[in-house]
Design a protein around this ligand. Sequence first.
Ligand code: URA
Length: 426
Amino acid sequence: MSYFSAVDVITTKRDGGQLSSEAITWVLGAYARGEVAEEQMSSLLMAIFFNGLSTTELNTWTDQMIASGERLDLKGLSRPTVDKHSTGGVGDKISLILAPLVAACGAAVPQLSGRGLGHTGGTLDKLESIPGWRAFLSNDEIRSQLETVGVVICAAGQGLAPIDRKLYSLRDVTGTVESIPLISSSIMSKKIAEGTHALVLDVKVGRGAFIKRLDQARELATTMVGLGTDHGVSTVAQLTSMNAPLGRAVGNALEVTESVEVLQGHGPADVRELTLSLARIMVGLVGLNVEPAEKLDDGSAYVVFHQMIEAQGGDPDAKLPLAACRELVVAPRDGIVQTIDALRVGVAAWRLGAGRARKEDPVSAAAGVVCLVREGDAIVAGQPLFELHADDDAHLQQGKGAINDAVVLGEQLVNAEPLLLERITK
Ligand code: URA
């Protein structure tokens, strides 16, 4: 093993130079072993934040993140594997519908997911509102459920790209989260280590997403698609708008209920549109000649959802937790809804108790926001805009304070803006 000086690695990147594969391999390995200090890795991350990583550097950086842990072996399953990752939004419950739907189309979907942080929700938090449902499965259980049910949504084990946790915690406190190569390697190392053959990325852009601008979303998507493809994972990205919340429900149990509505052939049109669009990409990536809309409309996807919940100890027919406190927020005047700000709605849901500020905080299953109007709706003074749900009055008051100005009223006629923005392939 070659030995490098951490200071040389930092100054090379600081001055805009290229890091050799050996230098990257050394610095990540030495950091994992505790031989490169936190302040040195902080400096290197900041140098990467400003000067980026070339494609070769990024591939090696990602390889080393993958090599820091185990890789799931999904070879030998009777179905092709395909997964989905969303960069996170408000009301984004798509995985709950999409994963069983794509399994109903004949693929195996290993959805290793995370929890919500801040104003964006997490798939595991949503499913944990179903009584009995278990997020933690062993690798053997994951494989066996993929064979029998065709889909598993569970917690990404601690063994996949473990150095990402260390790096992410450091990025979080050093202002280096918003770096395209660091985000890309963080997301893609975990997805590649998971062992899926194909992957669709839903890259959110807009007010409620952590990427606000289309050009940045395009760059992130292009980088992740390149990384996936270079690592043998057929990867396509769909850029989607996250200016307004997705669907009506924002909050854990509320989103499960809305997902079941869509699985039963009802539910909001935007949730159905995005689910079907991503499902078509996924089945296409693994060469299945099936129209997902048929599997949604004939109830097959709902049957698979039932099986998936039961296989993980949950009762899909159980009553979900209901909020003890509810209150309507009404329109102050007549007007046409110009915008609904996904960020404000997401923050309100978080304040109501549906989200967490730190990884270890608990979340409320029942809390959240139901959006009762859509952009372009003509409304009258006193008409309900939102229904707030909370477990107690203190949370309700915090949510009420946060949802102010989430709806902008005006006189202009508004056409709903497109949800599907661009598709990125290599
Ligand atoms: N999600 C991740 O897993 N990593 C990032 O860096 C950003 C979002």
